[in-house]
Design a protein around this ligand. Structure first.
Ligand SMILES: CC(C)(COP(=O)(O)OP(=O)(O)OC[C@H]1O[C@@H](n2cnc3c(N)ncnc32)[C@H](O)[C@@H]1OP(=O)(O)O)[C@@H](O)C(=O)NCCC(=O)NCCS
Length: 331
């Protein structure tokens, strides 16, 4: 379907501080029991004051480079998915480039909400197709807690901070590396009001001295997001598996967006993935938005959940709505 694109290394990083459900009980009117039964989340990592998206991304990137046996000097491109960049300007990808100690490379931020990692991966494949011999850092890094309304119990219990990264090239893959067999990304803007972070954007500008209001933070219609997430991830997985001449039985590990264990289980049920064939990290990280699938992929590799010959199906869903899927084959 596509040329050969190799993921040479995988990395991730989460902040040190852990916020448990018990900690949240002291902040909002909630309970460990409610959060666990509705979401499967037990704890999430949250940034220290002053810790930025690029602070997490640089560690995830260095981990991915080390696993690939590469240095930052090898990079020609940076594709950086986030809806929580360090600043509106400059791009977080430029700051990341500086933190990696390199200059003069292509670097761009991409916002496809929680689906950003797959969008960035696809953009990286496009750059490699245009410029053979390139080496791209694909990273997704979020400080979701900078846009978390700690007074809204319907959203504040769901999210966490973290970063994931991969190194993408068109080199011949080595054992332990993976090739990208196919990728699909999609969007439906008619549903954008269901999941938003509005204020601070040009449609909802802040004025000097004005207090931030609820619309500065993540707002959503939880049950509608839930239904659409299950339907969209289910459909796009069926599409990508079918168009690659595979069956769901051929997939060794399913790595869905880590938003909520009930969503993961519902999509898994539709596609007939259960038990060890499903990667679950939402219990320990919460929803890290664009970083979620990248972190879960890195953990799957480091925990030995994939081996030579494994076929891995990734899928994601987020605000926009945006969604997508990818198939990787491990060498
Ligand atoms: C948010 C979500 C967990 C809520 O679960 P739900 O079963 O739909 O729950 P409801 O929204 O029906 O709320 C049920 C009750 O729990 C209450 N509630 C909401 N958050 C709560 C919390 N943290 N603790 C305790 N009670 C809570 C609600 O106020 C409501 O109370 P009411 O019946 O008295 O009005 C669920 O809709 C969901 O996961 N949606 C998808 C969210 C998501 O993943 N978004 C990001 C996608 S990228």
């Amino acid at each position: 379907m596509h040329g050969r694109f190799t993921i040479e290394g995988f990395g991730r990083h989460v902040p040190e501080r852990v916020l448990t459900n018990a900690d949240l009980e002291a902040i909002v009117d909630t309970s460990d029991d409610w959060i666990t039964t509705r979401t499967g989340i037990k704890e999430r990592h949250i940034a220290a004051p002053g810790e930025t998206s690029s602070d997490l991304a640089v560690v995830a990137a260095r981990n991915a480079l080390a696993q690939a046996g590469r240095t930052a000097q090898d990079l020609t491109h940076i594709f950086y998915a986030t809806f929580t960049p360090d600043a509106v300007c400059p791009p977080a990808s430029s700051i990341l480039q500086e933190k990696l100690g390199i200059q003069g490379r292509s670097a761009v931020d991409m916002n496809a909400a929680c689906s950003g990692f797959l969008y960035a991966l696809e953009a990286g494949m496009g750059a490699l197709a245009l410029r053979p011999g390139s080496t791209a850092l694909i990273t997704a890094s979020e400080i979701t807690t900078c846009r978390t309304n700690w007074a809204d119990r319907g959203t504040c219990v769901l999210f966490g901070d973290g970063a994931g990264a991969v190194i993408l090239s068109d080199k011949e893959p080595k054992p332990g590396q993976a090739v990208i067999k196919d990728i699909i990304t999609k969007s439906d803007g008619s549903l954008w009001p269901l999941l938003t972070v509005k204020a601070g954007g040009s449609g909802w500008p802040l004025k000097l001295g004005e207090q931030v209001k609820e619309d500065y933070f993540i707002e959503m219609n939880g049950p509608e997001v839930y239904k659409n997430a299950v339907r969209s991830m289910g459909q796009v997985c069926e599409e990508i598996v079918t168009r690659n001449g595979l069956a769901m039985d051929d997939v060794d590990l399913f790595i869905p967006h880590q938003a909520n264990l009930r969503i993961i289980e519902a999509v898994g049920k539709r596609l007939k993935f259960t038990g060890d064939r499903v990667m679950v990290t939402v219990d320990r990280y919460g929803n890290t938005s664009a970083a979620s699938v990248a972190i879960a992929l890195s953990d799957a590799v480091s925990e030995g959940r994939v081996k030579s010959g494994s076929t891995v199906l990734l899928t994601t869903f987020g605000g926009g709505f945006t969604w997508g899927a990818a198939i990787l084959k491990f060498i």
